[in-house]
Design a protein around this ligand. Structure first.
Ligand code: NAD
Length: 291
């Protein structure tokens, strides 16, 4: 199937990056959010991030201008009715996502492909609530979208081969690489990454190391570009905890139990960079470990 018009729902952290990469690859993008402020902020951010790519000579001024010209915005969900592909990147709450698909589907063409960027909700379950489970997939981008090379493609139990093949082609057209994952809790990247972060928090909790020694160990001893605690602060500790809970509940194995210290940080509202405090305190010039 040919994809020209792409509807992106949710103009937050992920939605603006998704709109950015699709517009740069030549697709017409219609970006939707319930908040006009979020749309305004997203357009400003896309402009700034494209500008950075121009400065780094990754793209030209003309490519930037063309990409911006391909993005329109709307607060009316049903305006996305003419889309060939819909990418839902709204708030990570199942009721929000199912309501979006239910409201949108009567306005869609029968062959429009529906995708969700969810990090943790079952694709099969989301698909089963739509009128087209065979044309529904997980399309999981990594943050920040314009920078990260990988996209996870997740087939629900009913996803058909033409939909999967079309989406493989779409990912390739963005200059990105697809990894195909079966629909089980947290897919591939978070299934491996989050237990590692959780184990780093246990290592801190049990006093095996402090924040600095744990991060240094993994950077210098395992060649990771960021330490696990630094990375957790970047992702958001609430997000890390939510994904551990999805693994724990979904796989019913105690090896996925979230570390009580991770829960404590979240309860304190110390969620990492976004709240200026997590395993590091970001309120000063340089980050200072909090333990
Ligand atoms: N942040 C990450 O690192 C990351 C990585 C991969 C996937 N994801 C997934 O991407 C999705 C979005 O995450 P985010 O970090 O961009 O969240 P975010 O909070 O930055 O943005 C969510 C946006 O959705 C909008 N929204 C809420 N309800 C809506 C509705 N009914 N219709 C239209 N818009 C609506 C909000 O106004 C907000 O602008 C989630 O499913 C999340 O699991 C996030």
């Amino acid at each position: 199937m040919q994809i020209h018009k792409v509807g992106v729902i949710g103009a937050g952290q992920m939605g603006n990056g998704i709109a950015h990469v699709f517009a740069l690859a030549g697709y017409d993008v219609l970006l939707n959010d319930i908040s006009q402020d979020a749309l305004t902020r997203a357009l400003a951010l896309i402009d700034r991030n494209l500008g950075r790519q121009v400065v780094r000579e990754k793209i030209t001024e003309a490519e930037k201008a063309n990409a911006i010209g391909r993005i329109s915005t709307t607060t009316t969900l049903t305006d996305l009715g003419a889309s060939d592909l819909v990418i839902e990147a709204a708030t990570e709450r199942e009721t929000v996502k199912t309501a979006i698909f239910e409201d949108l589907q009567p306005h869609l063409k029968p062959d429009t492909i529906l995708t969700s960027n969810t990090s943790s909700i079952s694709i099969t379950r989301l698909a089963s609530r739509t009128d087209r489970p065979e044309k529904f997939m997980g399309l999981h981008f990594m943050n920040p979208v314009p920078v990260m090379q990988l996209v996870e493609l997740i087939r629900g139990i009913a996803t058909d081969e033409p939909t999967y093949k079309t989406m493989l082609g779409v990912v390739e057209s963005l200059g990105k690489t697809a990894a195909s994952a079966e629909d089980f809790p947290a897919f591939i990247v978070n299934r491996i990454l989050m237990p590692m972060i959780n184990e780093a928090v246990y290592t801190l909790y049990e006093g095996v190391g402090n924040v600095r020694s744990i991060d240094e160990s993994m950077k210098l001893g395992a060649n990771h570009p960021m330490g696990p605690l630094e990375l957790a602060d970047f992702i958001g500790l609430d997000t890390c905890l939510a994904i551990m809970n999805v693994l724990h509940d979904g796989l019913a194995d105690t090896k996925y139990r979230p570390c009580p210290l991770l829960t404590k940080y979240v309860e304190a509202g110390w969620l990492g960079r976004k709240t200026s405090r997590g395993f590091y305190d970001y309120r000063g010039e340089t980050p200072v470990p909090t333990r």
